[in-house]
Design a protein around this ligand. Structure first.
Ligand code: ADP
Ligand code: MG
Length: 270
């Protein structure tokens, strides 16, 4: 199935577990896609505002954010900021937690983000949504607005805990609010290629849930911590294997969106 590249692809990055590299993946993949010439918007849906902060904007100083957009008080285009990594950002602030509570009382609450993003669809090639570490109404908004969902999976013992619940939520969203949602697969993060442990965990999770595992695995490297403190992504820094892995993932996804099979990683063969 060939797809017109001018059509916007909306990708949600979700896992209710914290610390699995959702935000890092949104920022780094966004930067890598921008570097490939794609027009990219990243959306911060986490009240902690980590994506906003890691892309050089202070969530405490913003007057306009996704909060007002979800409340229906502001057009998304009027909250969008530029970033040094080439992509645009729809930022979040801590008040998003309050906006979430208000959203819960509204009809069609799962559709607020989808409705807000629809006027922007022609302006971007890719929109990537950074979901918060919960399966609440914000994540439901992310999954309802998206065409596909990517699940970062930290390759450590007990990584599988919660995956079943997440997949159940994805199936419910497919049944109720977004029949077209495609589960793209798991992305191995914080991957340690030097031991067999990461590989064993991945093989277990992908078997247990018959989940596709996207290539390449993202290696664990200290560069990520350094980057998020600097207000730019790892792609802005010196050459490193973390940035290279996200570039390869971006390349994989662009080819996939142009009609090719997504390249997967076979943990048992690695
Ligand atoms: P989440 O959004 O799922 O909570 P984050 O993207 O905030 O996760 O990542 C959690 C922590 O792990 C951050 O401190 C981040 O810098 C670090 N991190 C993410 N990816 C890597 C990696 N490949 N190697 C080392 N540290 C990483
Ligand atoms: Mg996060």
């Amino acid at each position: 199935m060939r797809k017109d590249l001018r059509v916007t692809t909306v990708l949600a990055v979700a896992n209710q577990k914290g610390g699995v590299a959702k935000t890092t993946t949104v920022a780094s993949l966004g930067a890598a896609l921008s570097a490939l010439g794609q027009r990219v918007l990243v959306v911060d849906l986490d009240p902690q505002g980590c994506l906003t902060f890691s892309l050089g904007h202070n969530p405490d100083r913003l007057e306009r954010s996704v909060n007002e957009v979800l409340a229906g008080d502001l057009d998304a285009v009027d909250a969008v900021l530029k970033t040094d990594d080439g992509m645009d950002l729809l930022p979040a602030t801590i008040d998003l937690a309050g906006a979430e509570a208000l959203l819960l009382m509204r009809p069609g609450r799962e559709f607020a983000l989808k409705r807000a993003l629809s006027p922007l669809l022609g302006s971007y090639d890719v929109i990537i949504i950074d979901c918060p570490p919960s399966l609440g109404v914000l994540t439901l908004n992310g999954l309802t607005a998206a065409q596909s969902v990517l699940v970062p999976l930290q390759c450590e013992t007990l990584a599988h805990r919660g995956v079943g619940q997440l997949l159940r939520t994805v199936r419910e969203v497919q049944a109720i609010t977004n029949p077209d949602l495609v589960l793209l697969g798991a992305l191995p993060t914080l991957y340690d290629a030097r031991t067999t442990h990461s590989r064993d965990v991945l093989a277990d999770v992908s078997d247990r849930y018959s989940l596709a595992v996207l290539a390449p695995p993202i290696p664990r490297t200290v560069k990520f911590a350094e980057a998020s403190a600097s207000g730019a992504t790892v792609l802005a820094g010196r050459k490193n294997k973390g940035a290279d892995a996200y570039r390869e993932l971006a390349d994989n996804l662009v080819k996939h969106w142009a009609g090719n099979e997504v390249v997967t990683f076979a943990p048992e063969l690695a």
